[in-house]
Write a protein that binds this ligand. Sequence first.
Ligand code: C5P
Length: 293
Amino acid sequence: MATEVVREAPAKVNLRLAVLAQETSGYHALESLFCALSLHDTVRVSRGGEEIELVTEGAIDTGPDHENLVVRAARRFLLEMGGVDGGVRIRLEKRIPSAAGLGGGSSDAAATLLALNDLFEAPFASEALLQMGSELGSDVPFFLCGSPLALGWGRGERLLALPPLPSRPVLVAHPGVAMPTGSAFQRLAELRGGAFRPPAVAIPSDALSDWDRLSPFAVNDFEPAADERLPQLATARQALREAGAGMALLAGSGASVFGVFHDAGARDAAEPAVQRLGFSTWRAHTLSGGTVG
Ligand code: C5P
């Protein structure tokens, strides 16, 4: 049996994020094109200690341990196993900014489920892990689905894994202000008024394998609500576009923005302009190979 299992937990951006109608549960149905990035956290799990011990490294605030999705994922996994002798130690190296729309917490949770499944020699099939993941958070199933590119519906638990797009350089920029998911949905619903009916959209299948064909469909419905609260988000996306980004969008419900570039030189040249607007930046690229999850 392995003594330690190490997994990378990548960030994601949504190349398309359409917020559809509000369901009777109060939640909104989504249509999302998830894309994993090279920017990642690292999760290490090993046996030992008592119950679940989490040590977090890095400058990112993850909140109290009991609220951390990693601990909730581990608790859920061990419960499904019917308990184990001794405890589990988890080391989380944080690099992905929290509450930024980059799926960091969800990715850490998915990596924890996958790492524990390896550590305990595969007690669960992928369907069972997906079920546990979907109950932990909306973005967790994507990070379990095994592809760095996937279309998602519902709350993100219905997925179609796609062949990855060719890797492209990405600049991620964060304004240093968190954007709580709940208030983003609430403001969007207010801006739309009561009876929102999603428009009909037909995305041709070849747009899902070609960055240039995809760009007309690259939208994020949260942008008007996010820009109203933080106008610098629109300015940063404009700066990314002016620097050559073929796509510049809000990440998830915010507050990060990102630009997808043709070449790394243009991406790197864009960085100072975005930093001058008060944003922290991360150079990354979209993942095009291997498996995520
Ligand atoms: O997923 P989470 O619980 O973090 O979402 C916070 C809030 O955002 C929810 O309570 C709900 O009001 C809103 N939400 C939504 N539709 C979704 C996801 C979240 O309306 N698909």
